[in-house]
Design a binder for this molecule. Structure first.
Ligand SMILES: Cc1ncc(COP(=O)(O)O)c(C=O)c1O
Length: 405
């Protein structure tokens, strides 16, 4: 069987594969603790559900414009005014099948084969493969100072004649680092001076802690929306706990949005109308669920950090937002895939190997589950990794015996 070169160069999403693995183990009756997940456990907002149910009850769910329904676009325009302090028009907005599709069609709209898109490392697992899907090249920029906070020079030193775009995800998956306002201002200015696109992946922008407030990249541009090469991506998945609804969006200049809409039109004809109803319901509705999720996550983060600080050999930096912590386990094993596998096989705790995010020796640990999952998960990890642990561990009535060193 001959597959395309692109197909052969793409690997399955490691985070989606992990979800499947957790489901399979659970079905077998194994007491799995999934600390590798990427979705809040709260319910979708009532306003989202009611909007979708009302629409469904009409029995008339039809095609709609490929770039999104006028109703959802209106809601996104209002959202952009509130959070980005920018007035945009419907032609500046596209609704997509998740922020993932918005980023994908943005890349397809701007990247030629062999051109480069730069992103700070650690980075979201999908960026390198999305670049490959365009025949383009993803360039990871690991901060030189060993932190999770890039400085302009980390990006600047990788820009060359093939560089077409930079993508910034802050707060960041997997590190939880929220980049400084100064860095965002610098990167906007830098990309403008160089004439390159800047995609802001803001999917976690309201899930931030310690009194921090989201920044708007539009606050730092000297250009009008139509002149600017800024593309802002956001969505309902994380902030409204609506991952399965698959609605995200992008805001940018008319030309780039039109190109994205043309591509999306041929791919999917646009996201489901029913789910766009739900997304508009969430954006226009009561916002208390976002704050309540944010508070829960901040509390979960505090519990996880306390647990990890008492974990001998593990180094942690405190996440500013998201629901991920990226901890350095290299004292136990520099090969994060091996380490993550050991934790699944021996104590049924799922984490994501740092290698998938461009930094080996680290594990991504999610704190979007329950406090019980976090504490018990870390306890099991300690038992598995600490050579001085007692020889046996009980999980319910199941006895685990250490047969590894
Ligand atoms: C950094 C980042 N960007 C984009 C997405 C995609 O979000 P969506 O579910 O809206 O496609 C994710 C999901 O995990 C993410 O972590």
């Amino acid at each position: 069987m001959s597959l395309s070169q692109i197909a052969r160069s793409i690997k399955a999403s490691p985070t989606l594969a992990l979800n499947e693995k957790a489901a399979i183990l659970r079905e077998k009756g194994d007491p799995v603790i999934h600390l590798g997940g990427g979705e809040p456990k709260s319910r979708a907002p009532m306003d989202a559900l009611l909007a979708a149910v009302n629409s469904l009850n009409t029995g008339e769910i039809r095609y709609a414009p490929a770039d999104g329904t006028p109703e959802l676009k209106k809601a996104i325009i209002r959202y952009t005014e509130e959070f980005y302090h920018k007035k945009v028009n419907p032609e500046n907005v596209i609704a997509s099948g998740g922020a993932k599709q918005a980023i994908m069609v943005a890349m397809q709209a701007i990247l030629n084969p062999q051109e480069e898109i730069i992103y700070p490392a650690p980075y979201w697992v999908s960026y390198p493969d999305m670049a490959k899907l365009c025949g383009a090249i993803g360039v990871a920029a690991l901060p030189e100072d060993g932190t999770f906070y890039p400085r302009l020079r980390d990006i600047e030193m990788r820009v060359g004649s093939y560089t077409k775009a930079v993508i910034i995800n802050s707060p960041n998956n997997p590190s939880g680092a929220m980049y400084s306002e100064e860095f965002i201002a610098d990167i906007v200015d830098f990309c403008e001076r160089k004439g390159i696109y800047l995609i802001m992946d803001d999917i976690y922008h309201r899930l931030i802690f310690d009194g921090k407030k989201p920044f708007s990249a539009y606050d730092y541009t000297k250009k009008s929306v139509e002149e600017s090469k800024l593309i802002i991506v956001n969505g309902v998945s994380k902030q409204y706990a609506m991952t399965g609804f698959r609605i995200g969006w992008a805001v940018g200049n008319k030309k780039v949005i039109e190109a994205m809409a043309n591509i999306q039109g041929h791919q999917t004809s646009g996201p489901s109308v029913l789910l766009q109803k739900a997304a508009a319901g969430a954006i226009n509705g009561i916002q208390s669920s976002v704050e309540s999720l944010r508070v829960t996550l901040e509390n979960n983060r505090n519990v996880l950090i306390e647990q990890l600080r008492s974990f001998t050999g593990v180094k942690v930096s405190v996440p500013d937002g998201t629901f991920y912590c990226f901890a350095d386990f290299s004292a136990y094993d520099k090969d994060s895939q091996k380490l993550s596998k050991l934790l699944i096989d021996k104590v049924m705790v799922l984490t994501v190997p740092g290698k998938e995010f461009g930094l080996d020796g680290f594990l991504r640990i999610s704190y979007c589950g329950t406090i019980k999952d976090i504490t018990e998960g870390v306890e099991r990890m300690k038992w598995a990794l600490d050579p001085n642990s007692p020889n046996e561990l009980y999980i319910g009535d199941r006895k685990l015996v250490r047969d590894w060193s």
